[in-house]
Design a protein around this ligand. Structure first.
Ligand code: NAD
Length: 475
């Protein structure tokens, strides 16, 4: 029996006709969280620093997470602070100065959702104040902060430090990583990722002096690479199981002549060990996504192996949730020591060598009918949906937003001391790749991952309160 058939028999819980595959989810949690009322002693008391757009989004989802209890909020902006308190609804204390929140004994953990250039100083102070820390991506901004946070984290190794890379907490992404590890896609040689928006970020009144425009200026922001690419670069590092060897790229500021100084379109190529590659594109002039039959806009990744491909996206967490489609190769190739084992095709031919294949929906345990536990209505609705999946009308989706899963997991890890799936090393590798990608575009050269070892050394103050201490030409 061919290896791929053998694997599918062993690894797939069930094949539903020709149209669906269920991934046995030994490692995956099943079903949406049912909000139980937890005893106060079981809940982690947390404060949030930065209640702007992301902070507000997190708080909205935190109302569905029962193992944390919000005791304090902080933002420089009183309106954002007041609105956030209403959203979470736990009557939290409100602070304008984050150092006062960090001094609050009723706060055991902090969630940091401030602009990128403020991540490191606040994370540093939070660790030194003895708090468990969840910091949004991209974890750090400058090369010197990569080194400083690594040292700091090892000095505070008993405290949880998690980065907001929520794809790591998605059951779909975990299932696809499992498929890769089990060889179901063959030798995974390429990943393509895109995040295309139209119009992308627009400049608000006041230009650089308006704090709301921080993303558009290099002094505060890593641009598209940090804000969007960081998520998908991390997916490639996770799925390939390594850091890239080097990155090269072309960025341009070609459309948005509004005073911003970040690129408004970027194209990057990363080489990973063994010649494997991630190609990455982020543009701000068109939002078309040529995956999922174009049913989803903007962002997603294609994972390409010698035996198959997977299209995957996390969804926007509001109208759409994570999903994935699997495409088997018509003639899976196994390459062993340079010898190909596959049906030979005529060399030099210019016709298409492969026929069309149909995407196979991937079912998680939570998409499966549970004949013992599901209520009659749940069962009927799942069966109805399965019929629509099999007809290709809709694709199965994860039932819970991975942002909620990552937050729940953070509180669990803060309680138990377990290592987060998106831990400090993952966050630092991701930030390093972001920093080096921007350097590659700015200096128009191949930048090696190992260059980080020599960058940002000898900085007088990576933890400068202004957060703007830059020792490199550009990060
Ligand atoms: N994981 C994700 O998918 C995701 C999505 C969006 C944003 N983010 C990240 O979240 C972070 C925040 O982004 P945003 O869109 O919310 O920005 P934002 O500008 O909307 O909000 C930032 C907030 O931080 C506040 N702030 C700034 N400095 C502060 C300080 N010293 N003390 C207290 N508050 C301070 C600002 O007043 C503002 O309200 C960024 O790092 C961003 O990359 C992550």
């Amino acid at each position: 029996m061919a290896q791929s058939e053998d694997l599918s028999r062993r690894d797939l819980a069930r094949i539903a006709g020709a149209a669906g595959a269920a991934i046995a989810g030994a490692k995956l949690a099943t079903g949406p969280a049912i909000l139980k009322v937890r005893a106060a002693t079981e809940q982690v008391k947390y404060g949030m620093i930065g209640t702007g757009s992301r902070g507000a989004y997190l708080l909205k989802h935190l109302t569905s997470v029962d193992n944390g209890h919000c005791t304090a909020l902080c933002d420089l902006n009183q309106t954002a602070l007041d609105e956030a308190a209403v959203t979470i609804g736990t009557n939290p204390k409100k602070y304008l100065d984050y150092r006062e929140l960090l001094a609050d004994k009723d706060v055991d953990a902090v969630l940091i959702a401030v602009p990128l250039y403020r991540h490191f100083p606040i994370t540093k102070d939070a660790l030194q104040a003895g708090k468990q820390v969840f910091c949004e991506k991209s974890l750090v901004f400058k090369p010197e902060e990569v080194h400083a946070l690594r040292t700091l984290a090892s000095e505070h190794s008993k405290q949880t430090l998690q980065v907001g890379l929520q794809r790591r907490y998605s059951h779909y992404y975990q299932a696809v990583k499992d498929m890769i590890d089990k060889g179901m896609l063959g030798n995974v040689t390429h990943i393509h990722a895109q995040w295309h928006r139209n119009p992308g970020w627009t400049m608000k009144e006041g230009g650089k002096s308006n704090p709301k425009n921080w993303r558009l200026f290099r002094e505060y922001s890593g641009g598209l690479t940090a804000e969007l690419g960081s998520h998908q670069i991390d997916v490639a590092e996770w799925f390939f199981g390594s850091r890239p060897d080097f990155v090269m790229g072309l960025g341009g500021l070609d459309t948005w002549k509004d005073g911003r100084d970040i690129n408004d379109n970027i194209q990057l190529i990363y080489q990973f060990p063994g010649g494997r590659k991630l190609t990455y594109s982020a543009i701000t002039t068109n939002a078309h996504l040529p995956l999922f039959g174009s049913a989803r806009p903007e962002f997603g990744e294609v994972i390409m192996g010698t035996a198959g491909a997977v299209e995957i996206t996390v969804g926007d967490g509001q109208k759409t949730m994570p999903t994935a489609l699997w495409y088997k190769e018509a003639t899976p190739t196994t390459v062993t020591a340079g010898h190909e084992k596959a049906e030979p095709t005529k060399a030099g031919a210019t016709f298409a060598l492969a026929g069309p294949t149909k995407g196979i929906p991937i079912y998680l345990p939570e998409n499966e009918v549970n004949w013992e536990k599901d209520s009659f209505l749940d069962r009927e609705s799942k069966l109805g949906r399965r019929w629509l999946y099999s007809k290709g009308v809709i694709v199965p989706e994860e039932t819970r937003n991975p942002v909620e899963t990552e937050l729940e997991s953070f509180f669990n890890d803060a309680k138990t001391g377990a290592r987060p799936k998106a831990d400090v090393e993952i966050g630092l590798a991701d930030s390093t790749t972001v920093i080096l990608s921007n350097l590659a575009m700015d200096e128009n050269r191949r930048v090696y991952f190992s260059e980080i070892d020599k960058m940002g050394l000898g900085s007088s103050s990576p933890a400068s309160p202004s957060g703007a201490a830059a020792v490199t030409k550009r990060a």
